[in-house]
Design a protein around this ligand. Sequence first.
Ligand SMILES: [Zn+2]
Ligand SMILES: [Zn+2]
Length: 130
Amino acid sequence: MMAETRMPLPIEIGRANQFDVKIRWQDGHESVYPARELRLACPCAGCVDEVTGQVRVIATSIPQNVHPLKIDLIGRYAISITWRDGHNTGIYSFEKLRALCPCAKCATPKSDCGSDTCGCQHKASDAPSA
Ligand SMILES: [Zn+2]
Ligand SMILES: [Zn+2]
């Protein structure tokens, strides 16, 4: 598979604080992910049905104070996170992480997203090239 990747890569992956994961991207964008939201977005087979894509993780079963204990780089495309609640099977691809970026710019509805530096998926896939 030769999927074209125009997606920026992280140049720095760390913590914003005890709870939040911070990623600095090649294009200068910075994403801060609240720990619990990332935990809830875990893409592993235990949390998301592989066939239907339906989320299985039950929000109320995730402690409010969940946070990453360990962040490991997986090759050059993803990270895995070991969580305080013992969960560690999720692999977060950079692509997914970028799509998950909760910042105001990335959360902007696609029709309004006119930024060239925003790497949000909506722009990449939906903007008609005139
Ligand atoms: Zn999971
Ligand atoms: Zn963003």
